[in-house]
Design a binder for this molecule. Structure first.
Ligand code: ACO
Length: 320
């Protein structure tokens, strides 16, 4: 039986951290107290005007390749999860492929907003287990600052930019143990960017809109159900997992999910305080932080969880 295991991890954040007080200094009618007590966010990174999603993806990917000890030429599949691509097309995956100097690998983007990385990792595992591909680069990369309405204080303080990447390769032992992916388009309106470009003009609304309280309720329910389902299909209980790495949207969503799963917060990786919500990049950024600071060790069981616009949600359980 062929499995897929994580061989290397990397991440990248643009520029210096931007504090809540920095946002106040930029003229946003908010406060460190409001943002930190409701969300746990203290800092985020914001890309400058010249920096694109593929720029962030290249940096994170190079670090993941280095940590796996492989080169771009060794990769036969590239999947990028993003909702903020550089262009309508080509995909960020193809831009990344060209810039890494890989040619011939299968390459495409996945659009599942904040669940994007969990979706991409699950898809990649299925490619590898099917036998046609041996070593993949899986990336979550976003410049969410580009789709924020900086006049809307209820959303613009919540998000940040960044990228995270893993190298996933064929192995004789796990690896990924189980995954679950879901979506329900009936909830499309509670978190969306309901606009586009048509005939050279912006049509609809090009900025992120959110019903915060509806999203909060949906996220806690979806995250705990996906975690339970994923663990059940691997024959483990959530409390047997060494680390929970949830999507980093809001500390209160993370704490409520951990509580529902009976997990102590000492087993939960939290980066929302220093990254904000980086959408598809949040889970691989948190994964890389835990690997780099030595908390996450080889052989440990890790549960990743995502939830985002669509609505989409899911979980992946793996042995590191
Ligand atoms: N600074 C100061 N005041 C603010 C701000 C701000 N940045 N934003 C809103 N307010 C004010 C509002 O104007 C309102 O004032 P009013 O009572 O005078 O009208 C007051 O704060 C309360 O606003 P609410 O929207 O009711 O605040 P709530 O307590 O619901 O908190 C929040 C809002 C933090 C967004 C919360 O709903 C939440 O955490 N939702 C989850 C959403 C989330 O995390 N989304 C991330 C994307 S989704 C995902 O990744 C899955």
């Amino acid at each position: 039986m062929m499995f897929a295991r994580i061989a290397g991890v990397g991440s990248y954040l643009p520029g210096a951290p931007v504090s809540n007080d920095d946002l106040v200094a930029r003229g946003i009618d908010t406060s460190d107290e409001w943002i930190s007590t409701r969300t746990g966010i203290r800092f985020r990174h914001l890309a400058d005007a010249a920096t694109t999603t593929s720029d962030l993806a290249v940096e994170a990917s190079q670090r993941a390749l280095q940590s796996a000890g492989v080169s771009a030429a060794d990769i036969d599949l590239i999947i990028v999860a993003t909702s903020t691509p550089d262009y309508v097309f080509p995909s960020v995956a193809c831009m990344l492929q060209g810039r890494l100097g890989n040619s011939g690998a299968t390459a495409f983007d996945v659009q599942a907003v904040c669940s994007g990385f969990v979706y991409a990792l699950t898809i990649t595992e299925k490619f590898i287990r099917a036998g046609g591909h041996r070593r993949a680069l899986v990336v979550g990369a976003e410049v969410f600052s580009r789709i924020l309405d900086w006049q809307d204080r209820s959303t613009c303080v919540l998000f940040g930019d960044g990228a995270g990447a893993v190298v996933l390769e064929a192995a004789d032992a796990p690896g990924i143990l189980a995954s679950s992916l879901h979506a329900d388009g009936a909830y499309r309106d509670i978190l969306c960017v309901p606009g586009n470009v048509r005939d050279g003009q912006v049509t609809g609304d090009p900025f992120l809109r959110m019903d915060g309280q509806a999203v909060f309720r949906f996220a806690v329910k979806a995250l705990s159900e996906a975690a339970q389902e994923c663990c059940e299909s691997a024959g483990v209980t959530p409390t047997q997992v060494d680390w929970l790495i949830p999507h980093q949207a809001n500390i209160r969503i993370i704490e409520a999910t951990a509580r529902k799963l009976g997990l102590d917060m000492s087993k939960v990786i939290v980066t929302v305080d220093s990254h904000g919500n980086t959408s598809a990049a949040s889970v691989p950024l948190a994964l890389d932080a835990a690997v780099r600071d030595g908390r996450l060790q080889r052989g440990q069981k890790v549960l990743l969880e995502g939830v985002g616009g669509g609505f989409t949600w899911g979980a992946v359980l793996f042995e590191f």
